[in-house]
Design a protein around this ligand. Structure first.
Ligand SMILES: Nc1ncnc2c1ncn2[C@@H]1O[C@H](COP(=O)(O)OP(=O)(O)OP(=O)(O)O)[C@@H](O)[C@H]1O
Length: 208
């Protein structure tokens, strides 16, 4: 269970939101909603331990995330809104680098299978700099197929730049993760055909 209570987020000298609480249990998908700039990305970073809250607490399995950061990060997959790719490297090299940096164990063959599954079979040997925006997004999303052991997926705008078929496939992958006992927290400005009905948290309701 991921829980947050009374969260406040400060950017510069501006309080974005305060008094925000959330609960995310096994099997649930939580969509973070709200207009541009309200603080959705900032909230994902707070609950992932990538930024500090001005007030409040985030707990994972009942323990404040700052108390056992390593254990929390072993259970977490965080994908930011812009895929962090090295333009000189191929999708396979980028994926292998990301997997190793995260401390996951996946050999080249397994990474290649993930890239084929995400629809990049014809781009495996190209430098990332020539990929389209949707293809770049897919390189990052291939990590989902290698992160099933991580129960908590936090995804910032994962559907951006994806075509209709890829949106459907991704919604299916996220729903499958939830039905196998995982949990997903994401931001998106578009509707997606989730098999698991999403809970919705509107950050605007806590805006200052
Ligand atoms: N130094 C700063 N001083 C004041 N405001 C800041 C500062 N840095 C960031 N901000 C504001 O903090 C907010 C950050 O928003 P965030 O990226 O979390 O929003 P979002 O809801 O994810 O937006 P979007 O839907 O556009 O992705 C923005 O409104 C931005 O203008």
């Amino acid at each position: 269970m991921l829980e947050a209570d009374n969260l406040a987020c400060l950017k510069g000298d501006r309080l974005l939101f305060r008094g925000l609480a959330l609960r995310l249990a096994a099997g649930e998908l939580l969509r973070i909603a709200g207009p541009n700039g309200v603080g959705k990305t900032s909230l994902l970073r707070l609950v992932s331990g990538l930024a500090l809250a001005e007030a409040g607490e985030v707990r994972w399995k009942g323990t404040a995330i700052g108390r056992d950061r390593e254990a929390f990060h072993r259970d977490l997959l965080y994908l930011g809104h812009a895929p962090a790719l090295n333009d000189m490297l191929t999708p396979l090299e980028n994926l292998q680098f990301a997997v190793a940096a995260a401390g996951d164990d996946a050999d080249a063959e397994t990474c290649m299978q993930a890239l084929v599954r995400i629809g990049l079979a014809n781009q495996l040997d190209l430098p990332a700099r020539v990929l389209s925006q949707g293809q770049r997004r897919r390189v990052g999303l291939a990590r989902l197929f290698l992160s099933g052991r991580r129960p908590l997926w936090v995804l910032d705008e994962p559907f951006t730049a994806l075509d209709v078929g890829a949106v459907e496939d991704l919604a299916g992958t996220l729903s499958d993760h939830c039905t196998s006992g995982g949990m997903v927290m994401l931001t998106t400005h578009q509707d997606a055909p989730f098999a698991v009905p999403p809970k919705v948290l509107d950050v605007g309701a806590f805006a200052c």
